[in-house]
Design a binder for this molecule. Structure first.
Ligand code: ADP
Length: 490
């Protein structure tokens, strides 16, 4: 069989990529383009969906050229930044406005008002989500209310998350969304097959503008023949964090992964029953295959790698991201310095959109290295706070699989194992998000009969054990608690 490659579109927050995988899971090539970030005002984050489409298409075309034509590709799999919303004209596929990105906080007041009206328990019981600007529903409502061109599109109006927009463009007009992405909109009940009328009316969203909800693996669509020379089946699609959970092989109940990229996202496989959190964690669809859903419990931290980026690009504390590791190793401890990175509020388990960041414990003895170390340490502390919340919800992490751009930092990885006090496993191949999308596509096009069978595509693991004395760990966690409590008290 000649079509033995999977083409993955990994559309992230900061870049879009096309990656070529063999059916053995080996990466054979990759094309990447950076995406422009638009920050029109504090708290507002936008993307240009035309740019996302153009760059994605160009990356795909280059990969297809490299492999020798579309007939060498068995299927396409997609993983995407979640919650970000695009509004477009169904006739042309052209966006009607900028896309509102998941980090955008413009709907904080709407969410606060809804909370004041005691709507959160109903929303949480149905969707597994909390009333926060992070999710798509309030962003769609905002577009309809504030951008006249969106409302004016009438029957031609289409909304979708990024994978939905890409599939629309790739297929030349198929308006679908996979269940994992749909579960992040706040418009789908976890056990519902279609958009929920009560939730739609909460944000005043017309159902006909929304895509059809489909499986994460299977015949999701076929690319328009003129794009790549001949048609290719789109056979896999999932939100990036769900894809990473699959790519980490967390296919059994209780298995947990944490991705440390721009933010940090921890997901535990919960099997076929939606988990219910009493500790402000999220319940979400991990994937849907042949109409059957598997769920996950999720903790989302908004600032992880972006803190390192900010210290490098805006503050000038670091010349390059890896310098954070050199600096952290250059001092014996944090020197009493703690950094609470609430640069865009705090996510789980606190959910305080209004919180701001602090650096505390400074003295003349503090060096730049202490601040860099405190920055890296904050990742482990935030993760420990999630571990406590998961545990209170009855989900204990026995070991943690990690990935994302930050885990090249060996110091941070060991610090995670030390603070969490569990075994941390880092795969030899870090690109688990793309691998998860490749696994879904391989199952969706029939190469493997199940995700379990597709796990042969996963690489080996590099294992880190805790290596810290308990008293040091206790004192460090006590210092963090004091720092975060003072942020929460403000
Ligand atoms: P995303 O998929 O969210 O765009 P990535 O998974 O590509 O993000 O990770 C990029 C992040 O990793 C950046 O925010 C960057 O600051 C961080 N990062 C990269 N290298 C290091 C390093 N050596 N130490 C700490 N953080 C790093």
């Amino acid at each position: 069989m000649s079509a033995q490659h999977i083409l993955v579109i990994d559309e992230g927050t900061t870049s879009t990529r096309a990656m070529l995988f063999g059916v053995d899971g080996k990466l054979q090539g990759s094309q990447q383009e950076e995406l422009l970030q638009y920050y029109p005002a504090p708290g507002l984050v936008e993307h240009d969906a035309v740019e996302i489409w153009d760059k994605t298409l160009r990356c795909c075309q280059k990969m297809i050229e490299q492999v020798g034509g579309a007939d060498k590709i068995a299927a396409i799999g997609i993983a995407n930044q979640r919650e970000t919303v695009v509004a477009w004209d169904k006739r042309t596929g052209e966006p009607l406005c900028k896309a509102i990105v998941w980090q955008d906080r413009r709907t904080a007041k709407t969410c606060d008002r809804m909370k004041a009206e005691s709507l959160e328990p109903m929303v949480q019981a149905k969707t597994g989500l909390l009333l926060d600007p992070y999710f798509s529903g309030s962003k769609i409502g905002w577009m309809l209310e504030n951008w006249p061109e969106v409302r004016a599109a009438g029957d031609n109006l289409a909304f979708g998350t990024i994978e939905s927009y890409l599939i629309y463009r790739l297929t030349g007009g198929q308006h679908v969304t996979d269940a994992s992405n749909a579960s992040r909109t706040m418009l789908l009940a976890l056990d519902g097959n279609d958009w929920d009328d009560e939730l739609l009316s909460l944000f005043d969203i017309p159902k006909q503008a929304l895509p059809q909800i489909v499986d994460c693996a299977g015949e999701l669509g076929t690319t328009a023949a003129d794009l790549f020379g001949s048609s290719i089946a789109i056979a896999g699609s999932a939100g990036d964090q769900q894809a990473a959970t699959i790519g980490q092989g967390c296919l059994a109940v209780g298995q947990t992964k944490a991705t440390f990229g721009t933010g940090a996202f921890v997901l535990t496989n919960s099997g076929d029953t939606p988990p219910q959190s009493d500790n402000r964690l999220l319940s979400t669809i991990l994937y849907q295959y042949q109409g059957q859903r598997i769920y996950a419990l999720e903790g989302a931290i908004f600032v992880a790698g972006s803190l390192i980026q900010w210290l490098r690009d805006d503050i000038g504390l670091l010349k390059f991201a890896g310098e954070s590791e050199e600096l952290a190793r250059s001092v014996a401890d944090n020197g009493g310095v703690y950094l609470v990175p609430a640069l865009s509020g705090l996510g789980a388990p606190h959910w305080r959109a209004d919180a701001t960041a602090t650096i505390s414990g400074l003295s003349f003895a503090s060096k730049k290295a202490h601040i860099a170390r405190a920055a890296l340490e904050s990742t482990a502390y935030q993760c420990q706070d999630l571990k406590t919340a998961f545990s209170a919800d009855g989900v204990d992490w026995h070991r943690l699989r990690i990935d994302g751009g930050m885990v090249v930092n060996d110091w941070m990885v060991q610090d995670l194992a030390d603070i969490l006090d569990i075994t941390v496993e880092r795969p030899e191949f870090f690109e688990t998000t793309a691998l998860g999308a490749a696994m879904l596509a391989a199952v969706g096009c029939g190469i493997y009969p199940s995700l379990e069978a597709a796990s042969v595509m996963i690489s080996g693991l590099d294992v880190h054990q805790p290596d810290i004395d308990p008293e040091t760990r206790r004192l460090r966690l006590a210092g963090w608690k004091q720092a975060i409590d003072s942020v929460l008290a403000r």
